[in-house]
Design a protein around this ligand. Structure first.
Ligand code: PEP
Ligand code: MG
Length: 543
């Protein structure tokens, strides 16, 4: 047994095989090729290999699980020969001179979406199959071994680091835990692990080589330890702890349907943070009262081109409708800093955290901003939707935003499209916004405090830089005073004030926030019920 150490960013126990994530292996870039004919040949060769693999899988499954259960591989073989599917791939390679990987990935995605949107349940189920064959082709094209996927079984994902654009593209149902060599506690990978409610360790000294790949391991997200090839005794102990964890989760389920109210009758809203409409199931299963932060930039990060107004509208509408009258706060695009998408064509910056990001980018590129606002305003008619603007530092920015809102309103009216302008709030995540929160409170319907960035800018600690973790004070008095000040200034103007940064889920601070009069906490879905438990055990008269 080999033991490695890292820093825990989310507790929990995971037992499974390690999969070493190899950079660029999972993301497909849109690259131009000189010789489309050669790309076509590469594709056809990969298709032949895929057909042979599927044939042998079919034969093996027939022997082991019977013909009925093996039929799926027959369907995959048929899909691989589907004329429309092949024509689309050929068209992208030949007419657009793009690489075979891109042609397969784009076609797979398009066909999967098409199947998923059909009314027929049988056809909907084909979406997963077309994705499956496309992934098989991609694995073959990129020379990745099939075993890297562990035959579809969930794995402990070990990586150097994961960019937000990479994590959004992972098949989350296949990840038991995250272990990264780099990364920092407030990085978006850590946030993702919390959303998924799975153990996560950063700064681990685990070697990302064949030595670790495919080995059985235990991840102890509480102590930050990773045990590779665990000894039987340790394995037994960890299996028992895993069972206890499951039991704790089960007990928390009894809090479902209960109110977030203290023993002395103080109520607070507990909402969930999401990055995608796929997270909705987690929001509902954890009984969140609404969505306090939908990081809309994740829609942009998982693609190679700008999402259209229609594509965004469909997603926002789906979220608003699914939440059925509960509050849904969608944050407008917060791209920039660590959240980069190549197709935005952003210039390299020396200091991206303080660069052209979030609202600054939206005000600089109004065509992008207006497309999103149009989609949001159209979707607002389908539920209880609010929008909020990130990285605000001045009243002047709010005025500029309102000018764009006015333009969008006029354009939608002229187009005769049904819409409504929803409630608009702002994120308080810069010290500047805190200091003028009395003025900003006159411009906004609510405040949501982004403690991740507020901590970064207040303590001057880059949230992406792991070597500064020792200087990072999670309960910084400076940040707590800023929260207090924001709450007071918001309340003076009669608006509600919430927290949507990671600090909102810190159970050691729940009582402090209740005492301050914070109106809402928006946390990863898996943190809703533990937070409810603490709220219900608190008596604010005794604080
Ligand atoms: C924050 O900064 O606290 C926040 C909620 O936004 P993000 O983490 O996406 O920057
Ligand atoms: Mg932020």
């Amino acid at each position: 047994m080999l033991t490695y150490q890292g820093k825990s960013v989310f507790g929990g126990i995971a037992i499974g095989k390690i999969r070493v994530y190899r950079k660029n292996a999972q993301t497909v870039k849109r690259v131009r090729v000189e010789d489309p004919q050669r790309e076509m040949e590469r594709f056809l060769a990969a298709k032949e290999t895929a057909a042979a693999q599927l044939k042998s899988l079919y034969d093996k499954a027939c022997r082991e699980v019977g013909e009925d259960n093996a039929a799926i591989f027959e369907i995959h073989q048929m899909m691989l020969d589907d004329a429309d599917y092949l024509e689309s791939i050929e068209n992208i390679i030949k007419n657009q001179s793009l690489g075979a990987e891109y042609a397969v990935a784009a076609t797979g995605e398009n066909f999967a979406q098409m199947f998923a949107s059909m009314d027929d349940a049988y056809m909907q189920a084909r979406a997963a199959d077309v994705k499956d064959i496309s992934e098989r082709l991609l694995r073959i094209l990129s020379g990745r071994e099939e075993e890297q996927d562990g035959g579809g079984e969930p794995m402990i994902l070990a990586a150097e680091d994961l960019a937000p654009s990479e994590t959004v593209q992972l098949d989350k149902s296949k990840v038991l835990a995250f272990v990264t060599v780099k990364g920092s506690a407030n990085s978006h990978t850590a946030i993702l692990a919390r959303t998924m409610n799975i153990p996560a360790i950063i700064g681990a000294d685990l070697p990302l080589t064949d030595e670790s790949d495919g080995k059985t391991a235990v991840v102890d997200g509480f102590s930050g330890k990773i045990y590779v090839d665990p000894e039987p005794e340790l394995l037994k102990e960890m299996q028992a702890r895993l069972a206890q964890e499951k039991e704790k989760k089960r007990l928390l389920q009894t809090l479902k349907g209960k109110e977030n109210v203290t023993l002395d009758g103080k109520r607070i809203q507990v909402y969930a943070n999401i990055g995608n409409s796929r997270d909705l199931a987690l929001v509902l299963s954890n009984d969140a009262g609404g969505i306090g932060l939908f990081r809309s930039e994740f829609l942009y990060l998982e693609r190679d081109t700008f999402p259209t107004e229609e594509e965004q509208f469909v997603i926002y509408k789906q979220v608003a409708e699914t939440m059925a009258g509960k509050k849904v706060i969608i944050r407008t695009l917060d791209i920039g800093a660590d959240k980069q998408a190549d197709y935005f064509g952003l210039a390299h910056e020396e200091n991206p955290a303080m660069g052209l990001r979030a609202i600054r980018l939206c005000l600089t590129r109004p065509e992008i901003f207006k497309t999103q606002l149009r989609a949001l305003f159209r979707a607002a008619a389908f539920g209880n939707l609010s929008v909020m603007y990130p990285m605000i530092t001045s009243v002047a920015e709010m005025r500029k935003i309102q000018a764009v809102v006015q333009q969008v309103t006029e354009e939608l009216t002229a187009d005769g499209v049904p819409f409504m302008v929803p409630e608009q709030g702002i994120m308080i995540e810069t010290p500047a916004a805190v200091m003028i929160s009395d003025l900003l409170a006159k411009e906004a319907a609510f405040f949501s405090i982004g403690t991740n960035d507020l901590s970064q800018y207040t303590m001057a600690i880059d949230r992406q830089n792991p070597s500064l973790d020792d200087f990072f004070e999670p309960h910084s008095e400076a940040v707590l005073r800023m929260i207090q000040m924001t709450v007071e200034n918001g309340h003076k103007e009669g608006i509600w004030v919430g927290i949507c940064g990671e600090l909102g889920a810190d159970l050691d601070l729940t009582q402090t926030f209740l005492k301050m009069g914070v109106d809402e906490l928006s946390v990863s879905p898996g943190r809703v019920l533990p937070l409810r438990q603490v709220i219900r055990q608190t008596d604010t008269r005794k604080l």
